[in-house]
Unconditional design. Structure first.
Lengths: 254, 253, 481
């Protein structure tokens, strides 16, 4: 299906994807375009302000929030390849700007337009089978903000279940935080690492070779730990899985 | 007797305390909620109407409620014995006492026991039954030590709650709380007319009684739901800490 | 007031994570309590559970918004039932009230049922100082009293202790043989405490709920110690926080459904005891005097802050502790004061002083699991954020704990992120800087850089990508659209 030309769908790529994992952004673009989405990328976008917000710097977070709200004021949809950053735009801005004579209303408007990537595919585009092929044995980690702020539980799993060649194994204690928590991970590294070790043990218990998530921040944390431990498990953003095609996926029977 | 002094001079006066609470709430004067809290706005007639509904409901499905109570009680670790025969009910108690090898049992005075020849049946087995009702205060200590030495405590119930498998006891002449608590085994005798469906029923009926009795609640209201238990060491369940380790329900009716 | 060790959070949490016994105990909690909770909810259905939570929250919102009104009502009803109500602004006043009652009535032995407020006041120490023998009677509380420790969990105070440790403690303090049989340990406690119950002059309890309409105090226990404490001695003192009041007797049902299920997965605890005034003349047993001590001790600060008021809705079920992955790693003692876990990270800083406990609001990954399990739907993560905000940006010196460096870093970050051109330039510089410190796309773990080394101690860190997404977009992707 193709969206009408007058529908403006914008990508909010997130800092971590922009600077550290640009290939994930490319996958997001490719998947969305393959499904007929006309995508734009407001180039003055930067950080959503969540690190400041979570550290208590509410006033500074508002400064960045206003930029984001303005950057996406003309968009009909804002797609975010991260449950956490999407929650900032959709949920926390409303609180940050609640009662603000100018930005209160704008934040409300933005909230109605923001979708996490997998949520956008399922809820807006109505896609459950993205036509992808990705031969792997995988398990899925749901980020806390995606689950509890965005309330996106089933969408990523619906999409992953339809991926050809992908064997999805349930992750024990799937809804327990991995311990990243943004600044938490450097403020209390010992606690964060302890939580990470539990998460890694659960990932390893599945026997999966690939860990999938909708949030690169969790994957940077869990993947960084697994890499340090020498564990042979790769981490992938869900967009990278959904981008997989038979000819690029490597395996496949054709 | 130590002379009772007024200790209100310590702490701070009520008015000072409440005005600080008010300031914290951003007010300078006391304000009753408007509209008033819905439950506290109900009058006696409303409560009586609701109580009538409860009783009608219970009458219509008493069998169902009795079944549910028995099921729930078993899940809460009561040993449940159902019978329609007073004789069998007494027989159950006697057999229990015999199996426990108790020489003394403690029993409260409650209406359910009026038509049960329980004491004589126990005596026939050589088991003395200590009853609580004593007119003289001087006898109270004797009764208390009698309860403490008993191997079995026997009580009735003011309510039996199907939702939770609980027995509710209220203060009355001839009923000591210690009977259901201190002996290692407790047996409660429940009649069909004691049954209610839910916690809501209990609190509504008690509220009605409270207003009928000129706002007198009675000094206590206890729910007993199975044996005494703890999991305070390594989360392992142990029954019988400070209260009974074994509890029985005889459902009569 | 109980000793405040909240400043030691970082060291204490680090030490806790090295404690093998504690780790074992905490693993049991996480699984046990939470699975039982889920089973108990599924039994009644999630729809019913949600309705109960909404209803309970509505009741708490209403009551706290009119707290003065309901405290007045409670006072009148307790007094009418023959009890005495005392008001304590702080811990010192509360302790003085209880001491005065004990001294004026010649109390020698006091038995206590579990009360978190009394822990907050350090009431045992006060009573012991005036020569009263105080016995905690909840098994867990008794264990930690013998061990001269403090509770590490709201409903399972001795959770941090193994049965071996308890056995050694009983052996040392009570002279009983060592055993690995938990039932035997419970039996020892029962026998030791039974004589105390029956000889005590004073029974002290907390309160789970206070009913304004009838002037009743409600306690919820499993062991039966609460019933004994409130019925056997000649004096009963109930001591509790002022927020425990609810309007009507009929409001109790909803809370009795929520609390045990949330705490231990029980449908109802073994005992629910409601006390209204002292023994009446026609009663066969019960105390001659009933006193209720209502404690503020900083709660009015929570009441006064609209962003924190809902912390007073807490019914101390401990569900947020059981689900919290941070509590699950460090246990309760590391939090440094009476109330641990997510709710403690809000209550403790407000009661002991925000700056004194500045690490606690940050001791959370903000995962939100606590809010999801809370029977009163208390929005704990939002309150943690609010406290972080006060620590970072409050104009008040008594709250603001941010350093100049932190503030500069936050402002610098904001400036950089407000200027995309500067951000690109910074990215180019960073890519040059990272080169000598990295290989195979990872930052070298031996590199010691501020913050970075806190990450790389146990985790590899990716290097900045050769081309950022925005560059790739400009170079390749934009033209395709």
């Amino acid at each position: 299906m193709t969206q009408p030309a007058e529908v403006h769908t914008s990508l909010f790529v997130t800092c971590i994807v922009d600077q550290l994992y640009p290939q994930v952004g490319v996958s997001v673009v490719n998947v969305l375009r393959r499904h007929g989405v006309k995508l734009d990328f407001p180039s003055d976008q930067t950080c959503c302000g969540q690190p400041l917000f979570n550290s208590g710097y509410t006033q500074l977070a508002r400064q960045l929030g206003k930029r984001v709200i303005d950057s996406f004021s003309l968009s009909d949809y804002v797609v975010v390849p991260s449950g956490s950053c999407a929650a900032m735009l959709k949920v926390f801005y409303r609180e940050l700007f609640s009662g603000d004579p100018d930005y209160g209303e704008k934040a409300e408007q933005l909230a109605g337009k923001v979708f996490e990537f997998s949520e956008f595919l399922v809820k807006v585009l109505g896609i459950e089978d993205a036509g992808a092929c990705f031969p792997a044995t995988a398990t899925y980690h749901s980020s806390c903000h995606l689950l509890r702020e965005m309330e996106v539980r089933q969408e990523p799993l619906l999409l992953l279940e339809k991926v050809e060649g992908l064997e999805l194994r349930p992750l024990p204690q799937a809804e327990t935080c991995c311990g990243f928590g943004g600044t938490f991970s450097v403020k209390y590294p010992h606690i964060s690492e302890g939580m990470m070790e539990d998460k890694i043990a659960n990932v390893l218990a599945t026997g999966a070779d690939t860990l999938i998530s909708c949030d690169m921040s969790c994957l940077m944390h869990i993947g960084g730990g697994m890499s340090r431990q020498g564990q042979p498990v790769r981490v992938r953003h869900i967009a990278e899985i959904l981008e997989g095609q038979e000819e690029t996926g490597g395996a496949g029977n054709g | 007797m130590v002379e009772i002094q007024n200790v209100n001079s310590l702490g701070i006066p009520k008015d000072a305390f409440l005005s600080h609470v008010r300031r914290s709430l951003g007010r300078t004067e006391g304000l009753a909620p408007t509209p008033p809290y819905h439950r506290l706005a109900e009058n006696l007639a409303v409560l009586e109407g609701q109580a009538t509904e409860i009783r009608q409901r219970l009458e219509e499905k008493s069998g169902e409620v009795l079944d549910r109570f028995a099921d729930t009680a078993r899940l809460r670790s009561w040993n449940v014995f159902r019978t329609t025969s007073a004789e069998d009910a007494v027989g159950y108690v006697v057999e229990l006492a015999r199996n426990l090898s108790v020489t003394q049992a403690a029993r409260s005075e409650q209406p359910v026991f009026a038509r049960l020849p329980l004491d004589s049946a126990l005596q026939a087995e050589g088991i003395e039954c200590v009853t609580v009702a004593q007119d003289e205060a001087s006898a109270r200590d004797r009764v208390r030590s009698g309860i403490i030495e008993s191997g079995l405590g026997i009580t009735g119930a003011d309510y039996a709650v199907a939702e939770t498998g609980s027995v509710v006891v209220l203060p009355r002449k001839g009923l000591s709380r210690l009977v259901s608590l201190v002996p290692p085994v407790h047996l409660a005798m429940v009649r069909t007319e004691d049954l209610v469906e839910s916690l809501d029923d209990v609190f509504l009926l008690r509220r009605l009684e409270y207003y009928r009795n000129g706002e007198e609640m009675g000094s206590y209201l206890n729910f007993i739901t199975g044996p005494s238990r703890t999991a305070d060491i390594e989360m392992k369940l142990v029954v019988g800490v400070h209260g009974p380790k074994e509890v029985h329900l005889v459902l009569l009716g | 007031m109980a000793d405040v060790k909240t400043r030691d959070f970082i060291a204490a949490s680090g030490a806790a994570m090295e404690d093998v016994n504690l780790r074992r105990a905490l693993r049991q909690v996480g699984g046990g309590f939470n699975e039982a909770r889920l089973d108990a909810i599924e039994e009644v259905s999630w729809e019913a559970w949600e309705e109960w939570r909404e209803e309970a929250r509505r009741i708490k919102i209403h009551t706290l918004d009119h707290l003065d009104h309901y405290l007045e009502m409670l006072y009148e009803q307790v007094t009418k039932a023959g009890g005495q109500v005392h008001f304590a602004r702080d811990a010192e006043q509360a302790n003085a009230i209880v001491s005065e009652i004990a001294q004026s009535r010649g109390v020698k032995i006091a038995t206590k049922s579990k009360s978190m407020v009394s822990e907050e006041l350090d009431l045992n120490r006060t009573l012991e100082a005036i020569g009263v023998d105080v016995y905690e009677t909840d098994l867990g509380e008794y264990i930690i009293q013998l061990a001269e420790e403090t509770p590490s969990h709201l409903v399972a105070p001795a959770l941090h202790k193994t049965k071996e440790q308890v056995s050694e403690l009983f052996h040392e303090k009570l002279g009983v043989p060592l055993t690995d049989d938990i039932e035997e340990m419970a039996r020892v406690a029962r026998e030791t405490l039974r004589s105390k119950f029956l000889s005590a002059d004073l029974g002290i309890s907390g309160a789970n709920f206070l009913v304004a309409e009838t002037g009743s105090l409600v306690i919820i226990t499993n062991e039966g110690n609460g019933r004994l404490c409130t019925s056997a001695p000649r004096i009963h003192i109930g001591i509790t926080g002022m927020e425990k009041v609810i309007p009507s007797l009929q409001d109790l049902s909803i809370f009795l459904r929520l609390l045990p299920r949330s705490a231990t997965g029980q449908r109802l605890t073994s005992y629910v005891s409601m006390v209204t005034g002292p023994r009446r003349s026609e009663d066969e047993d019960g105390p001659e005097e009933f006193h209720l001590v209502l404690v503020d001790n900083g709660r009015s600060r929570l009441l006064a802050d609209p962003d924190l008021r809902e912390a007073l809705y807490c019914i101390r079920c401990g569900a947020c502790l059981n689900i919290c992955p941070v509590y699950g790693k460090i246990g309760g003692h590391a939090y440094g004061w009476v109330y641990p876990g997510p709710i403690g990270a809000i209550v403790s800083p407000t009661l002991v002083g925000l700056k004194e406990a500045k690490d606690l609001p940050h001791a959370s990954s903000l995962c939100g699991a606590c809010r999801e399990v809370c029977p009163i739907k208390i929005n704990i993560p939002r309150m943690l954020l609010h406290l972080r905000h006060r620590l970072a940006e409050s104009p008040s010196d008594t709250e603001n704990s941010s350093t100049l460096t932190e503030r500069q870093a936050a402002r610098g970050y904001t400036w950089l992120m407000s200027n995309p051109a500067a951000l690109s330039a910074a990215g180019s510089v960073a890519k040059l800087v990272q080169k000598p410190f990295s290989s195979e796309g990872k930052i070298d773990k031996r590199v010691s850089l501020p913050l970075v080394s806190r990450w790389t101690a146990a985790r590899d860190m990716p290097t900045l990508a050769g081309r950022s997404f925005r560059q790739i977009w400009a170079d390749e992707l934009e033209s395709e659209s």
